[in-house]
Structures are given as structure tokens and as C-alpha cells.
Ligand binder design. Structure first.
Ligand code: FE2
Length: 444
């Protein structure tokens, strides 16, 4: 096998500042967008940012339609419902002949705005893709081996992502994650073309975030940064035949390391403060910025086992209902489903690159001055567990309803997640995964 010799930095456009939400109408108008679909979820729909967006579009002369039924932790069904809405409820009927000089497409929207957490932004990416280039089958664009992984044929329409949580970093990435209901497993679509045209990072929008949402999304970000920093180095991956085949998740590399480490420094300073006190403007703003930093890092490097193992943890959810999440279905918040696996994973992976595990622990605030390299996994795991305890996460997988008898199903749900599991710095087979899930049953 020829090994990879190159890495690539794909830029993400973001604008940061209090009040930038008000600018989105002007941005869309500058780009020539005349009709936009604004997507959000039923909870965020009641909060000020959505009203601000609609007023901003109106003031800029951009006609807006609101879709406020995005599902938190979306599924293929909820994606399809949003796609159908965008196709059928579009204002195309009054667009008139020759609308957009022949660029008229299904539904008639020529731009999208996502206002919400990762679920909303990921749904908007899928709606943009599926209405711009409708596939033969829903799974055509979905990551293999679950889907066919067909490339996105061309540029999509402009999408502005306005996060109301600080964690997923979805505004910076070309990834859209959903739960494939019949397999009880999360999977996704990955293409640089899915990346939003612009992320508007407005610290005013995260002020109303419930504490558990702030904790879960902040721990998701922590894991994005640690996983991308400890991922297999890009030089260990096979060299692609053509540049277009080089995946966005290319393994750890010198550019993504910079973003990951800076995000971890910010997490160490501000995560606990931001969760404890939503009125702490400095901490909240820094966490929103850190989420995008981590997003740029993992968007160019990838995540690995904690995310790969999280997909069945959230997909197989039993009756768990998370405080702070007002939804009509049981769910394990994404950040919790990831971080609950993280200590067990890093105890397992540290032997592949102990220095990087120690560096991550140190950046998160651990004292590593007298640490031995063979203790790197335990030290990083202990530091992450400290944050989990301090932020009141469930104490392991058992606390969200799992037991040892569920492990074979959790392992089966992890094995197909090649896009991320193959980036583990230490290869993990079914037996290794089973041991890590057992280890993750209780966190402290
Ligand atoms: Fe994540």
C-alpha cells in the first residue's frame, strides 16, 4: 500500500460577534438569494434568534419560509420530512417564469438558513443536498458501507448556519449525521460541498441554553478536539488515486492539531464557567468560538472511537430522557453518548501515541510533570472524568439504561462506522470494542 503524503486544510467561513444574527438577510441578498427556507426545531422556534433571522431577511427583501419541525437527534424519516417540505411548500408557484435565469430548482428556494444546534444544521445540509441534486435512493449519498457514498455532483446553494449551542461545530464541517431508524444506528453524509457558506457565531444566541445542553455540547466539543488530536496520523492512511478521493477526515495533521489544541485550552478555561453561569458572557462567547475551532480541527482530521461507539449508544436508546431537553421521545444527548465512551477509549488507545494523550491531558489542565508514558491513557481518562463529574453527566452507560447484555448490539452498531473507527490510532476489533463498552458502564 502506498501511504498518504499530503494533507489538506479546507477553510470554513465564520463570522463571530454579538448581534451578527441580524446580518444574515444582507448576506443572502448580497449572494442574490431571493427565497430562503429557514430551518429550526420546535424549542428554538420560540426563542429570539429565529425572530431576529426572519426580521433580518424581511428587511433585506429576502422572502422567507419557516420550517420549525426539525427533530432533535434527527433520523432518516425526519430528514425526509424536511426534504418533502422544502420540495412541496416552496414558493415556486409565484416565482414566475424565468425565475433566477433558469436556475429554478425543486421547491424554489435558492438559499437556506439553519438556526439551532447540530441537529438543525445537519438537517439543513441534507435538505440543501437532496433538493439541489435529488438522488435515486435516499442512501445514495450516505457513507459506506451503510450507503453508497456517491460524490455530491456539484456546488450546493448557500446555507447560513447560526448555532444556538456551543459544541457540535457543524457550522464548520461538511458532515451531516442522522439516525437510520431501521438499523438503530447513526450514520451520515460527508462531503466538503455540504459545508455551510457561512457560520454566524453570535454569543447572544447561546444565553438561553439549558445547563445540561451546555454541558453535553461542551463535552462533545472536548471530544472533537481530543479525538482529532489523537487520531491516526494522516501519513498512515492509504494514498488516494485522485485528490477528489482524499477524505475530509484525513487523520491528525499539523494544521488540525493547532485548532484542536487551542480549542482544548479554551475548554479548560471556560467550559465549567459557561455551564455554571449562562450570564457569564466571556465564558459563553469563548465556548462558542472554541466549538468552531474544534470543528475546523476535526473537520479536517476526523474523530475516532468515542464518536464511532456513540452512534449505537444513541441509536439503541431505551427510555432515557435527558433533563433540559424538551422533546417527545427518549434520547441520549449526543455529547453524553460520546463522552461516556471517551475515558475507556483513551485508556485503550494511549499506547499507540502516549505523548499525544499526555499533551491533551495537560492542555485540559492535568499536571503531567512527573507522568510516565505508560500512564498516559489513565491520566487523560481521569481528566475527562473530572469534567464529566463536575458537569453532572450520567455516571457511565449503566446510568442511561445499558447493561452488559447490550454490549453485543453496541459492538455490532459500531463496527460499520468505518469513516471514524478506522481513524483510531490503535486498531480495535470486536473484542476490543466489547471490553471498552464494559469499561464504560461506570465512569467513576
Ligand atoms: Fe460530536
Amino acid at each position: 500500500m502506498l501511504r498518504e503524503v499530503a494533507f489538506e486544510m479546507a477553510a470554513s467561513s465564520v463570522r463571530f460577534g454579538a448581534g451578527v444574527t441580524r446580518e444574515c438577510g444582507m448576506d443572502l441578498a448580497e449572494w442574490g438569494v431571493r427565497r430562503a427556507l429557514v430551518l429550526t426545531d420546535p424549542n428554538v422556534a420560540r426563542l429570539p434568534p429565529v425572530r431576529t433571522v426572519l426580521e433580518s431577511l424581511d428587511a433585506a427583501g429576502v422572502k422567507a419560509t419557516l420550517y420549525d419541525r426539525v427533530r432533535v437527534e434527527p433520523t432518516d424519516e425526519s430528514f425526509c420530512e424536511a426534504i418533502r417540505f422544502a420540495e412541496s411548500a416552496g414558493p415556486g408557484s409565484d416565482a414566475g417564469p424565468g425565475h433566477d435565469g433558469g436556475r429554478e430548482r425543486r421547491g424554489g428556494y435558492d438559499g437556506f438558513v439553519a438556526v439551532g444546534g447540530g441537529s438543525v444544521i445537519d438537517t439543513a445540509k441534507a435538505v440543501n443536498l437532496y433538493t439541489t441534486f435529488p438522488p435515486g435512493e435516499f442512501l445514495d449519498y450516505v457513507n459506506p458501507p451503510i450507503g453508497r457514498g456517491l460524490p455530491v455532483p456539484g456546488p450546493l446553494k448557500p446555507l447560513i448556519a447560526i448555532p444556538t449551542t456551543a459544541g457540535t461545530g457543524s457550522e464548520t464541517t461538511g458532515v451531516s449525521i442522522f439516525d437510520l431508524t431501521r438499523m438503530h444506528a447513526k450514520t451520515g453524509i460527508a462531503s466538503r460541498r455540504l459545508k455551510p457558506a457561512l457560520g454566524l457565531l453570535d454569543p447572544d444566541n447561546t444565553r438561553t441554553m439549558p445547563a445540561q445542553v451546555a454541558a453535553s455540547s461542551g463535552l462533545d466539543m472536548l471530544c472533537h478536539a481530543v479525538e482529532s488530536f489523537t487520531a491516526m496520523p494522516y501519513t498512515d492512511r492509504p494514498r488516494p488515486e485522485r485528490p477528489a478521493l482524499r477524505p475530509a477526515y484525513q487523520g491528525s495533521n499539523p494544521i488540525s492539531d493547532i485548532w484542536a489544541l487551542q480549542a482544548l485550552r479554551m475548554v479548560a478555561h471556560y467550559l465549567v464557567r459557561a455551564v455554571d453561569d449562562p450570564a457569564d458572557d466571556e465564558a459563553r462567547a469563548q465556548m462558542l468560538l472554541a466549538a468552531s475551532y474544534a470543528g475546523v480541527g476535526f473537520g479536517n482530521a476526523g474523530v475516532h472511537l468515542p464518536h464511532g461507539m456513540s452512534y449505537p449508544v444513541s441509536g439503541h436508546v431505551k427510555g432515557y430522557r435527558a433533563p433540559g431537553y424538551e422533546v417527545d421521545h427518549p434520547l441520549v444527548p449526543h455529547g453524553f453518548s460520546v463522552v461516556l465512551n471517551a475515558p475507556a477509549v483513551f485508556r485503550f488507545t494511549a499506547e499507540a501515541n502516549p505523548d499525544r494523550h499526555l499533551k491533551a491531558a495537560e492542555t485540559l489542565g492535568a499536571d503531567v510533570s512527573r507522568a510516565r508514558r505508560e500512564d498516559a491513557g489513565r491520566i487523560l481518562a481521569d481528566r475527562i472524568t473530572w469534567f464529566m463529574k463536575r458537569l453532572n453527566t450520567p455516571n457511565g452507560l449503566r446510568a442511561i439504561g445499558y447493561s452488559s447484555s447490550d454490549i453485543p448490539g453496541l459492538v455490532d452498531g459500531t463496527l460499520p462506522q468505518h469513516r471514524v473507527t478506522k481513524l483510531s490510532p490503535r486498531p480495535a476489533g470486536a473484542d476490543d470494542l466489547a471490553r471498552m463498552f464494559e469499561d464504560a458502564m461506570q465512569a467513576w
